[in-house]
Ligand binder design. Sequence first.
Ligand code: NAD
Length: 337
Amino acid sequence: MAKIKVGVNGYGTIGKRVATAVSKQDDMEVIGITKTRPTFEAKTAAAAGLPIYVPAESIPAFEKAGIAVAGTVDDMIAAADVIVDCTPGNVGPEYKEKYQKAGKKAIFQGGEEHGLTGVSFNSTANYKDSWGMQFSRVVSCNTTGLLRTLSLLDKAYKIQNAYVTIVRRAADPGDSKTGPVNGLEPSVSLPTHHGVDVKSVLPWIDITTMAIKASTTLMHIQAVVVKLGKEVSTDEVLDLFAKAPRVRLVSSKDGIKSTNQVMELARELGRDRSDMYEICIWSDGVKVVGDTLYYYQAVHQEADVIPENVDCIRSMCKLMEGPESVAKTNKALGIDH
Ligand code: NAD
């Protein structure tokens, strides 16, 4: 069977990772990426042999920088079967029209509204909802993290309600445009949008979220309190998490006490760009009291949505069932389970 031709529009934090992940699968290939400016990322993409498509007005700048241009953004859209749109939030609507006109499938990211596509995606929670669709949206990093564990808990024990406090990274490591650089900044518009976003995939979950921006770039931490539909033991929940796809148990007893040590583990694992695709839960920080479960999970914001984008392509192109796709993506990316 011919490989699915994937074009990646926007080659920043998420786009470059999606391109690498797609290029590691045997049933799809990257036919091109887009760049607006001839930055170092354009140069590394060119060195990696990725065809670079640019807006027509940017061609002279790329030529001046000595970077070969394969064509315009419209040319890439024409050549692709699926476009993974990784442009900054709110740019998506402008491109959706182009994809629609060209009759192409497209995946948008969490910076766009759910209403843009009407369907949002998470591999564990609702793989089937994007089956054969022209458009879908992979939810944000925080929402992906929450859905990985909440969808399983709901299936096993029926969630009565969930309260989550998110400590958010202020900026990505390569970003120097945002802050705070020395403070903690509460999100005062409450409840925050993260709970609403969880409902874009699992509308029946009763969830409320709050968030605080912290001066770190590495990861988010989510402090989760869930009232379950029945009383279970802490060990039972730990067993559920241990078997869950793209969830990794870590322990302070092993020396992983903070997000910087989680990222050190990712470096030890030798992953591309030291990415931690899994949601990391502190096993010694999981506790059930009566029918209430408490746990902390760390989310590598640059990485957790990457395997979901690969699975979303398979669902939209009706290539295989969810569990099969998750296993295939995991194997190609070196994720244990
Ligand atoms: P980014 O700023 O790192 O990358 C965006 C890329 O798009 C850049 O290369 C930029 O030059 C390019 N671009 C800008 N305008 C464009 C245009 N009009 N046409 C084509 N390319 C254009 O952003 P990012 O962090 O990769 O975020 C992309 C999307 O992924 C957003 O929706 C964001 O909300 C979502 N997301 C980000 C993270 C994260 O932590 N960074 C996590 C999950 C989801």
